[in-house]
Design a protein around this ligand. Structure first.
Ligand code: SF4
Length: 414
């Protein structure tokens, strides 16, 4: 991991909803957007609270109409997390949202044609200390109003689509930022989103070289989680690993709680957010598996949700990688011949049958979690002295077993 890129810091929130920093020394903030009609107060509050409970730091709501901004005051009364108003086309929505007490505005100056209108929004935000995210999205970036400029941009895109699209996005951001600089307003977060991870990588890398504003990372229209996950994580993960990015939103065509779950996991695996829930390590299984590990997984995940500390649990199918993972986990089981050996921080505590394995594993996980809560045990304090031959005994080590089965000699290490 590279060091985090130094940026300005903006603060989003108030006393009632909490304060969230974006940029500077603040941890990478996790956000999502509601999929409800904002005027439907009950549905919107319910979804915001679900996102908050899942780990969101910020939630954005769309305010296409006056009835949406009219609902904001009551929504803000009922939630405890800072909210962002997503404004397109109508600068009045931004002013109404600011009046209602919104904590941040997302604005696309490209679709608010008159500069004085953008300036009015900037002035209102400046007066109340509300930051603005200025975004350039691939989908709406090519000029539509000015015919000759549109023809010029379209011709450039034909020649080298990705390179030119990146250039246009960065250029538009620069153009928008001039309006903000002229108003002496620097509480700005930038975004340059695309559906194409390559463009996202190039555009944000360029933005990070040119501007010191915090960056909101995202891949737009990524699709459902099944297909959008890789698209999002490949771009956002690569940028975050290079120290680029101050807040992220993963976008899925699904319940937005999935966006927070995946975003949180991404930040945790990159070491950018402290893990708060248990971590599960499990082998993918292979021809050496001797228990029904895949069927067990759903139940392991369900039971882990009830564990209140971020204990690391490994469930391994055989002795090949079992000892290694047992060494690195707080509680581990590795199986063989329909039996499992359970370890707690590297110490063998039980050998059980396949039928007993799940209950005993969770007995040990619960006991260990309770010890951590009482301050009698520390997480990730594993002993590293588990060595094959495996303690199941008759299996022998993985290589030994394979060699015997195939009548081969052990491979020689080079
Ligand atoms: S732990 Fe064993 S069963 Fe699981 S994938 Fe590795 S070798 Fe295969």
């Amino acid at each position: 991991m590279s060091l985090r890129r130094k940026t300005r810091k903006v603060i989003v929130g108030d006393k009632q909803h909490g304060f969230v920093g974006i940029g500077g020394n603040a941890p990478v903030a996790l956000q999502s957007m509601t999929s409800t009609y904002t005027y439907d107060i009950d549905a919107t509050v319910k979804q915001i609270n679900a996102l908050h409970a899942a780990g969101a730091d910020l939630v954005r709501v769309a305010v296409p109409d006056k009835e949406d901004t009219a609902a904001l005051k009551e929504i803000l009364n009922q939630v405890k997390i800072p909210l962002i108003a997503d404004v397109h086309f109508h600068f009045e929505r931004a002013l109404e949202a600011i009046e209602a007490g919104i904590h941040k505005i997302r604005l696309n100056p490209g679709n608010i044609k008159d500069r004085p209108k953008v300036e009015k929004v900037i002035a209102a935000c400046k007066e109340r200390g509300i930051p603005i995210r200025v975004g350039a999205n691939e989908g709406g970036i090519v000029e539509r109003g000015n015919k000759s400029q549109r023809a010029e941009e379209m011709a450039a895109l034909e020649h080298d689509y990705k390179g030119q699209m990146t250039a246009i996005m960065v250029e538009k951001l620069e153009e928008y930022l001039r309006i903000f600089a002229d108003a002496d307003f620097y509480d700005v977060v930038l975004s340059a989103k695309s559906v194409d991870p390559e463009i996202v990588l190039a555009a944000y890398s360029e933005c990070s070289r040119r501007f010191d504003f915090p960056l909101h990372l995202g891949v737009t229209h990524a699709g459902p989680p099944e297909t959008g996950r890789i698209r999002s994580v490949v771009a956002l993960g690569a940028l975050l690993a290079q120290g680029i990015g101050d807040t992220i939103r993963i976008s899925y065509a699904a319940d937005p709680v999935f966006e927070i779950e995946d975003g949180r996991e991404l930040l945790q695996v990159l070491g950018l957010r402290l893990r708060t829930e248990p971590e599960l390590i499990a082998c993918p299984t292979c021809g050496r598996i001797e228990i029904d590990l895949i069927s067990m997984m759903a139940e392991v995940r369900r039971r882990l949700k009830e564990i209140p500390v971020p204990v690391k649990v490994a469930v391994m199918g055989c002795v090949v990688n079992g000892p290694g993972e047992a060494e690195g986990s707080d509680v581990a089981v590795f199986a063989g011949k329909h039996r499992g050996v359970i370890y707690v921080q590297g110490e063998q505590v039980a050998t059980v049958t396949e039928g007993e394995m799940l209950d005993r594993l969770f007995d040990e996980v619960r006991k260990f979690a309770a010890k951590v809560q009482r301050g009698e045990a520390t997480l990730k304090n594993q002993k590293v002295d588990i060595k094959p031959p495996d303690p199941i005994g008759e299996l022998g080590s993985g290589w030994e077993k394979i060699r015997k089965e195939k009548g081969l000699s052990l491979p020689v290490a080079r």
